[in-house]
Write a new protein. Structure first.
Length: 131
């Protein structure tokens, strides 16, 4: 019996404008998730994105990012994916309000959510506390 597998392929800062401040700069991430089709209807998920820290002058700990993902569903016996992929595009800006508090508004565009054939736009926000 195969177990579910999830593999993070890449999560790395690829550019830092100032070697003295390695937390600032551009990071890239890529992740793949796979599960056997007989146990999970969403058998393949692929996502990736870019995050830049300290882009706005005077805001060295803020993050601006973009991500994209695609959820592939199990292949039907006919050989076609049924339903077709769901694709999510996301933009966010994480505002560091205090060393222990951040606010992250974001915008998501979901193409073909749950195979409905109707695209969706999602506006949200997240508050994070480091206790």
């Amino acid at each position: 019996m195969l177990a579910d597998a999830r593999l993070s392929l890449f999560d790395q800062r690829v550019f830092a404008p100032d070697a003295a401040d390695p937390e600032r700069g551009l990071g890239v991430w890529l992740q793949v998730s796979w599960a056997p089709a007989d146990r999970n209807r969403n058998d393949l998920w692929v996502g990736g994105g870019l995050v830049t820290t300290g882009l706005v002058p005077g805001r060295p700990a803020d993050d601006l990012g973009f991500g994209a993902s695609s959820a592939e569903l199990s292949v039907a016996p006919s050989g076609r994916r049924d339903p077709p992929s769901e694709i999510v595009l996301e933009w966010f800006y994480a505002i560091q309000l205090a060393p222990w508090l951040s606010l992250q508004p974001d915008l998501q565009v979901v193409l073909n959510p749950a195979a409905s054939g109707r695209d969706a736009v999602v506006v949200g926000a997240r508050i994070s506390l480091d206790l």
